[in-house]
Design a protein around this ligand. Structure first.
Ligand code: ZN
Length: 241
């Protein structure tokens, strides 16, 4: 907490930007931090004041320890039901949430991969629709195909990313001799199967692919499929050319 606070308050945005080095998701992290601080410092002070029967004062930000921060965040994350309902309404079906939330632990990939899965499920990944809402972008249109850049467009239907999903389907076919068609739900939430190790490999490829799409669209990599193959090999996955 000392890293982001000074004199009992959260550091100014510009200062945090310099300290953190920025990045496309800086604004999300900043707003998350700001909201958490606001809630913890007021709520906590309110509860303690009531229990002691005194007029409450705001808890100094410096006393908002990492543990307190984590506890609050965990409580908030337990109220995931509204996010779950969004996806169930969108796909008109029940979803095995135990499987979806646990996916990062099951696939055992690096934190960057887990983070992207988490951001998508929580619908906080910075597609242009979200960046436009936050006033960071001038419009919400995908610059590659002039469609509205919702999260499903960004990762699934954009013409720039379709060849990658076909590539993964053909890898799966050549490794397991089985033709599959990845649905939008498979791509955004992962494959719902806790038992088949072949699907764990597929889930790994899906998450790595989403990380590559993010790198490709916000970076300067010339070829998405090559980028995906390279990222898989870096993670010791056996991918045929
Ligand atoms: Zn597009």
């Amino acid at each position: 907490m000392e890293d982001v606070t000074a004199r009992d308050t959260l550091l100014p945005r510009q200062q945090l930007l310099i300290l953190s080095g920025g990045g496309v998701d800086f604004m999300f992290k900043y707003h998350l931090l700001k909201n958490v601080f606001k809630k913890i410092t007021w709520n906590w002070a309110d509860i303690s004041a009531r229990s002691m029967g005194i007029e409450f004062n705001r808890l100094p930000a410096i006393d908002c320890t990492t543990k307190l921060f984590a506890t609050w965040l965990k409580t908030e994350l337990n109220t995931n039901r509204c996010k779950e309902i969004y996806w169930e309404v969108k796909y008109g079906t029940e979803i095995d949430w135990r499987c979806t939330w646990a996916l990062p632990f099951r696939i055992k990939l690096d934190p960057k991969c887990c983070e992207i899965h988490w951001k998508i499920v929580h619908r906080i990944y910075p597609s242009k629709v979200l960046l436009f809402k936050m006033g960071i972008e001038q419009d919400n249109i995908c610059k590659h195909c002039a469609q509205i850049d919702f999260i499903d467009h960004f990762f699934v239907t954009c013409k720039l990313v379709r060849p990658l999903w076909s590539h993964i389907e053909s890898i799966f076919n050549s490794l397991h001799g089985r033709v599959i068609h990845l649905t939008e739900r498979d791509i955004l939430l992962g494959i719902e199967d806790l038992h088949l190790s072949t699907y764990t490999v597929l889930d790994k490829m899906i998450v790595i692919a989403k990380l590559c799409i993010s790198k490709f669209k916000y970076g300067d990599h010339p070829n998405l499929v090559h980028l995906f193959n390279r990222e898989c090999r870096l993670r010791h996955m056996n991918i045929p050319e």
